[in-house]
Design a protein around this ligand. Structure first.
Ligand code: AMP
Length: 225
């Protein structure tokens, strides 16, 4: 069975960090819509020009644009054994579109990472990213090195990790993305994990949640349609 996984949770919950670990452990691609947009901004493409100002304000890029990006990405062969979506869906409209994109494929498994607001603000103010490869440091318990341990490039703060933008991103999360918990929570493949623990404990909890959700698929026939 393919592992079609959505990591849900507020900014700073550790979705990206944990998605990379699942990618390494299970050999399926991590798809971060935030990374896709940041790469487009850096490359100066049309998409990047459309997204940049919206991202710097902490608001959401349009559903139509995001759904088109994800539809194209999930059509690629490397997602046949599964994928990890990080940062998508972020609205109910995106979640409805995702169900439609995945019709006929194995059921979606949704893991929500819960972290209290105060911890999120602290994590985001500490977070630094590699200017070249995008690797993230310091958002979890770990210390921030002087430079990227992967490629040696300098580390910088994300523009949208400034305090006032963080507050806006949290507000947008509560208003537009948190309703997704209600959208998904009655599914047998929905699991909530405590994200407010050391990264390794979160990783283990996510592994258990994925296994339990996959087992739930085997005992419950998927509804027709
Ligand atoms: P992230 O790296 O997931 O925190 O995303 C950074 C920013 O990219 C967000 O604050 C949004 O402006 C934009 N973004 C990423 N994913 C989405 C999405 N699924 N829908 C709308 N905007 C998005």
């Amino acid at each position: 069975m393919a592992l079609n996984l959505v990591m849900l949770g507020p900014p700073g919950a550790g979705k990206g960090t944990q998605a990379v670990r699942v990618e390494q452990e299970r050999g399926i691609p991590q798809i971060s819509t935030g990374d896709i947009l940041r790469e487009a901004v850096q490359a100066g493409t049309d998409l990047g020009r459309q997204a940049q100002a919206v991202m710097e304000r902490g608001e959401l890029v349009s559903d139509a644009l995001m759904v088109a990006i994800v539809r194209e990405r999930l059509a690629r062969d490397d997602t046949r054994d599964g994928f990890i979506l990080d940062g998508f869906p972020r609205t109910v409209a995106q979640a409805v579109a995702l169900d439609e994109i995945l019709a006929g494929r194995d059921p979606l498994i949704v893991v929500e990472l819960g972290v209290p607001d105060q911890a999120l603000v602290e994590r985001l103010s500490r977070r630094r990213v590699c200017r070249e490869c995008g690797a993230t440091y310091g958002a979890g318990a770990g210390a921030v090195p002087a430079a990227c341990t992967g490629c040696g490039a300098p580390l910088v703060a994300r523009k949208d990790d400034r305090e006032e933008v963080v507050q806006e991103r949290l507000r947008v999360y509560r208003e537009q993305t948190e309703p997704l918990v209600a959208f998904y929570q009655d599914r047998s493949t929905f699991r909530r994990v405590d994200g407010n623990q050391p990264a390794d404990a979160v990783r283990i909890a996510i592994g258990g949640a994925i296994d339990a959700a996959q087992a739930a698929v085997h005992v419950q026939p998927t509804p027709a349609g």
